[in-house]
Design a protein around this ligand. Sequence first.
Ligand code: ZN
Length: 661
Amino acid sequence: MVALSLGKKLLELSDNKINLFWLKFREHMSEIDYKAIGLKAGLEVHQQLDTGKLFCRCPSKLKSNSADFSFTRKLSLSASELGEFDRAAMEQAHKKITYEYLFFNDCCCLVECDEEPPSSIDSQALSVALQIALMCNANIFDSACVMRKIVLDGSNVSGYQRTVLLATGGEIYIQNKKVPIQTIVLEEDAARPVQKNSEKTIYSLDRLGIPLIEIATAPALQTPKEVKECAIKIGELIRRTCKAKRGLGTIRQDINISIANGARVELKGVQELEMIDKCVEMEVQRQLALLRIKDVLKERKVRAENISASFKELDYIFVKSNCRIITEALKSKKHVFGLKVCGFAGIFGTEVQPGRRFGTEVADYLRARHALSGLFHSDELPKYGITEEEVDSVKADLNVSERDAFVLVVADENKAKEAFASVAERCLTALNSIPEETREALPDGTSHYLRPLPGAARMYPETDLPKIIIHKSYLKELQKKLPLGLEERLTLYKKVGLSNKLAEEMKLSNYACLFEEAIQKGIDGKRCAVILLEELKRLEREGFDVENICDEDILAVLEAERSGLNKENTVEALKQKAKNPSKKIKEIIREFSYQKVSDEEIAKIIKEILKKNKALVMEKKERCLNALMGDVMKELKGKADSSKVALNLKKELMELIDKNF
Ligand SMILES: [Zn+2]
C-alpha cells in the first residue's frame, strides 16, 4: 500500500521537490506495487550452445591468442524495395565507422568472412533447440525457413544474422504462474567486440556463428522478482540439455519493459542473473521520473513551439576560461555553442536513475549519435572550471530567464548543428512521452541509450539455404529422450550412491547426460561423478586442455577401469588424451594396460615358451618365430606391446639356436 501511494504521490509532487522526493523514493523502491503502476516485462534469453558453429563446420571456441590475419569492411546504406531507409540503419551508417575483423585458422572459415555460402544447419544444435521446444510444450513448425536479420553495428561481416524461428507458443512455470512463451529461435551469435572507438571497431570472428538459442516470453511478468525467477527457470531449462555453454558472456538476457503511460524499452545485454531484478527496478524508476518531468513541464505550460534548435557561438565569453575541455577545444579550432531551452530550469539536473540525470540522457544521445563526448547544462554549472561570471554571461547572451535552462556543446559548427537538433528532439519528446528505445544495461543496474527501437521490416529469407524440414517421427524420437527434470535427477543420483553435494552439483552440470549414460552401462555412479566433477576440474586447473577429452573418451576409460585398469591410470589416460587430441583413447588405454606386465615378466614368459617348444625350435629354427610369438602374446593376454615382445623373442630364440649348434 505504501508503494502504490508512493507511485501516485510521485506524480502529484511539485517540481522543486523532485530531487528530495527521489532520495525518499529510492529507499522505498522495493515496496513499490508494480502491478498497480502497470509494469509489463518480457524476457528474451540468449544462450550459446556447446556444439559446432551453426552454419559452417568450425568448432565453437573463443581465442585469446593473436589472430592469424585480419580484414576490414564498411557499412553502406541502401534502400529497401519500397525505397525506404530503416531509421536505425540510417543512424548507424551516418557514423562512418570502419570495422576490422580478426580471423583464426582453427575456428573460422570463409563462411564467417561472408566469402562462401553457408553450410546446412548444425544437426546437434537443431536437436537441442527442438528438445527445448518440446520441453516448453511449444508448437514446432513442420518446416522452418532460415532468415537474414539486418544487423547494423558491424558485428556480422555480412550485415545480417541468420536466424530460424522453430516454434511458437508453449509455456514455462514460475512459482504458481504460467508464463507464455512467444518464440523459440535458433540463431548465430555475432562477432565479439574487442576494441571500440568513434572511428573503428575491431571484432573477433571466433564467436561469429556459435549457435544461440533465443527464448522469448510474452510481456506477462509483473514484478522485478518475477522477471528474475523467469530468467532462472529458462536458464535451468536450457542447462538440463547438457549443451549450454558455460562461463561469462555465454548467456545474455534482454528485457522488454514498460509501465502504464510509459514506453516500451528494450534493455539489452544483462549478463548477471543476480542483477535482473535490479535492472527492472531501475528502468521503472527511470520511466516514473520521466513521467514526472512530463507533468512538471505540463504544469509550467511549456509547449512544442517553445523548443528551438537555433544556437549561438559563445567563444568570446570563454577566451580566458579555466575549463580545460573548452580551452583545448578552442585551440583545435572548435567552438563553444549555446542553446536556450525554454521552461527547462531544473529539469536537466533531475535524477532519473542513481547517478544519472535528464542531462545524462540527453548527453547519451550526443555520444551515441554524433560521437560527441558530452555537454554542459545550466543545472550543473558553475563547475568543471566554468565560473559563475561565465554562466551569467551565457545567460545574458542567450536571454535565459529563471525558468529556462541552457546547454553548451563544444564542437565544430556542423557537429553542433546536428547535436542541438538531437537535444531539441529529446526535449520535445519529454513534453509528451518517453522515447521508445534500445538501451544497454550497465553493470550497476542503470542503462544508457544505444539506438532507436529497430523498424519491423528487418528480416528477409536466406536464399542460400533450403527450408529445414522437421519430421514428426524425428520429434517423436526426441520426445522419448528428453532430459530428466531436476527432481528426477536428484532421486536417481542419490539412488546410485551420490552424496547430496555431488547430486546437487551434477543435476545442472553439462556432464549430467553423460553421467546418466554411464550408470546405465553399469559404471559405478560415485566413481563416475568424482571423475566428471572433480578429476576433470583438477586437470583443467593443472593446465590440461580438457576440451580435447570427449564424452566417448570418458566412457571408455571408465569402462576400462571397470575391467581392470588401475585408478591412477584412468586419470593418466585422460591426461594423455588432453595432451594428444589426435591419439585414439583405445590406444592410450592399451598402452597403460601394457605397463601392468613388467619387462622381467615378459622375459620369463618368453623363456618358458621356448623351453616348452625346444623340439620345435630344433627342427624349424628361425622359421618357428611366428608360431612362438602367437603363444607368447596369448600368455600375455595382449597386455604388452607386440613389437617389443617380438624383438625380445627373436633375440632369445637366436641365442638358443646359437647355443645348440
Ligand atoms: Zn566457419
